[in-house]
Design a protein around this ligand. Structure first.
Ligand code: ATP
Ligand code: MG
Length: 367
């Protein structure tokens, strides 16, 4: 899929902007605080209806303005789509595709799929398991609607069960429904584990060669999916995983009542990232962390391509600045297959570009 162009009105520090992109590499240059990241954020918003750094939509509206608009022309599946997001203060946002209101934000990713890599993604390696679960969930939800449904169901039941476990000493009658919620969680959980295990295997096939290239043939990356201990083979069909989850729940029932928390289930899963067999979270250097996180993102992009035949639009925020010439060339070379938007502070990075377009952004304007 190709993001042909973007039109912004009162978005962040842009009053108005019209920009047409190259189908290959687009380098977006400018000094600090000029609007480079804002531009990537606008593109990402049209694919996920969320921002990686804004908590509320209203933060995206230009200071002093009442409403903002992001529009894009996209070529996907041999068709053209006009996506639009309308944001207004105090009103729910509207999403449109070719002028028709979309019911769910999920419909956007069928038209525009983006993979964003930003400085915050170092957390993917460094932080707790929740960040890596979110990465897995976001990737799989976009590929498998059944997974998205199971995940939503699991979260709903988890919230109920958590309330029961929290309140049961005061209201013992709540315990009547506890096992029912646990059983529902095990059913949805079996599906979640099955899909996650498959996705991690595919990530484990795609990410290591990327990481190896990136590190000049030095570092071997490997991934390990960690889930509920009683599940011997997480790739097994969900019906085979289910009894193992029920076993684990039964063994932890008492502990859950005492701790007044859900202790058993895939909400505690993790994706362990290893470099040369050592846990990256604990041992990786700054550069290795960056390389590993980027390799995971690029691998997810390859998997999406294998599944759909279309390359997601790759949005790289501030990756070049910390890389040496060889690694820059690697980044710019790895993405020949699809479209990429890269931000950087200096225009001289274009030396490593084989083709594409360079834009200069200054104070919310294209110059
Ligand atoms: P850097 O190189 O430091 O990452 P950048 O070019 O990526 O800089 P952006 O993050 O895009 O910079 O932000 C540009 C400016 O947009 C910031 O100065 C910020 O204050 C401003 N800004 C953010 N939100 C709004 C808003 N809602 N209205 C107006 N300006 C905003
Ligand atoms: Mg920035």
């Amino acid at each position: 899929m190709i993001l042909q162009g973007l039109t912004l009105e009162s978005f962040r520090n842009y009053e108005t902007l019209e920009i047409a992109f190259d189908p290959g590499v687009n380098l977006i240059c400018g000094e600090n605080a000029q609007g480079k990241t804002n531009l990537l954020e606008a593109a990402a918003y049209l694919s996920t209806a969320t921002s990686h750094r804004a908590r509320y939509d209203r933060e995206l509206i230009r200071f002093g303005a009442e409403r903002a608009r992001i529009q894009a022309l996209i070529s996907a599946r041999e068709r053209e789509f006009r996506l639009e997001a309308r944001l207004a203060r105090g009103v729910r946002r509207q999403l449109l595709s070719n002028g028709v209101r979309l019911k769910t934000a999920g419909e956007l990713s069928g038209v525009l799929h983006t993979v964003l890599f930003c400085p915050e993604d170092l957390y993917l390696i460094r932080e707790g398991a929740a960040v890596r679960r979110r990465f897995l969930d976001t990737c799989i939800c976009q590929l498998r609607p059944r997974y998205a449904a199971a995940l939503a169901e699991y979260r709903r039941l988890y919230a109920h069960k958590t309330r029961i476990l929290r309140d049961w000493p005061e209201k013992p009658a709540l315990l009547d429904t506890l096992d029912e919620f646990s059983a529902g969680m095990a059913r949805a959980g079996a599906l979640i584990i099955h899909y996650r295990a498959h996705f991690v295997r595919r990530l484990g096939e795609s990410a290591p060669p990327i990481h190896l290239d990136f590190s000049g043939g030095w570092e071997r990356l490997s991934l390990r999916y960690q889930t509920v201990k009683t599940v011997g083979d997480p790739e097994a069909p969900p019906r085979e995983i289910l009894p193992r989850l029920l076993d684990h729940q039964a063994a932890h029932r008492r502990a859950e009542l005492e701790a007044r928390q859900c202790l058993s289930g895939p909400h505690k899963d993790d994706l362990e990232v290893l470099i040369e067999g050592q846990t990256a979270k604990t041992f990786a250097s700054q550069g290795q962390t960056r390389t590993a996180a980027l390799s995971l993102k690029l691998a997810s992009r390859e998997i999406f391509f294998q599944e759909t035949g279309e390359w997601p639009v790759l949005l790289l925020d501030d990756v070049l600045s910390e890389l040496d010439q060889r690694r820059q060339a690697f980044v710019l070379g790895r993405i020949e297959g699809g479209q990429v938007l890269i931000t950087c502070c200096e225009a001289d990075k274009q030396a490593s570009m084989k083709s594409g377009r360079v834009f200069h952004i200054q104070n919310g304007r294209l110059i």
